[in-house]
Design a protein around this ligand. Structure first.
Ligand code: CA
Length: 232
């Protein structure tokens, strides 16, 4: 099995050295980039398993790099863990909104950092499994990821492309609630000309097309939407 490759984007030599030492000791392959632009190029070239991204970077700051990585076809599905200084909470929230998976605040304990990376990698592996599977089945509803179709009792529900992506996204994370903004970021990309209100319209249309299975898409008032977790 190939070693898991971590791209570390960090400009401070001391922290870089600490990260390299600890990640290598734990069996990771480490690639480094010392500014935002180099980080973007390395992400596209190296296809790392995970990106550890400092927010304060020369040339291209960490948030802008995060935004670009999540918009690029080659890099958008690579999990990102942000490295932040104390007092950067608002940047953390922005970064999570852009699609970063987690963050670690400096100064960090190397052991804790590695544990956080491993948790994100486990979540990614579970998600990849669902994405590689061709179908998601929830009772009479079958979501055919290869054909981009949702079937109810074997009949095509007639979802539009956007509706399908939205439903498939929710169904891949059953039981997890997503805000309208998160749905826009994950499903449509941050630049999409879509408002939270549009998401409500899509959801209403999906429910109508699901007919008797409409209850699978649940509304959490004041929060967002989730796909119902079926009891085993
Ligand atoms: Ca820095």
């Amino acid at each position: 099995m190939d070693a898991t490759k971590i791209l570390v984007v960090e400009d401070e030599p001391d922290i870089l050295e600490l990260l390299q030492y600890n990640l290598k000791r734990d069996g990771f392959t480490v690639v480094v980039a010392k500014d935002g632009q180099a980080g973007f190029d390395a992400a596209r070239r190296e296809a790392p398993t995970l990106i550890l991204l400092d927010l304060m970077l020369p040339k291209l700051n960490g948030l802008e790099l995060c935004r670009r990585l999540k918009q690029d076809e080659l890099t958008r599905s690579i999990p990102i863990v942000m490295l932040t200084a104390r007092g950067e909470e608002s940047d953390v929230i922005l970064g999570l909104g852009l699609g970063a998976d987690d963050y670690v605040t400096k100064p960090f304990r190397p052991r804790e950092l590695v544990a956080r990376l491993q948790a994100v990698l486990r979540r990614g592996a579970a998600r990849d499994g669902a994405e590689k599977g061709e179908r998601l089945e929830h009772g009479p509803l079958v979501i055919d990821l290869k054909r981009h179709a949702a079937l109810i009792h074997g009949e095509d529900a007639g979802l539009t492309a956007t509706e399908f992506r939205l439903l498939a996204f929710l169904a891949q994370h059953p039981g997890r609630v997503f805000t309208r903004d998160q749905i826009i970021n994950h499903v449509l990309g941050v630049l999409a000309a879509v408002t939270p209100r549009n998401i409500d319209v899509h959801i209403r249309s999906i429910r109508k097309k699901l007919g008797e299975e409409r209850e699978l898409v649940e509304t959490l008032r004041g929060v967002g939407y989730r796909f119902r977790e079926l009891e085993a």
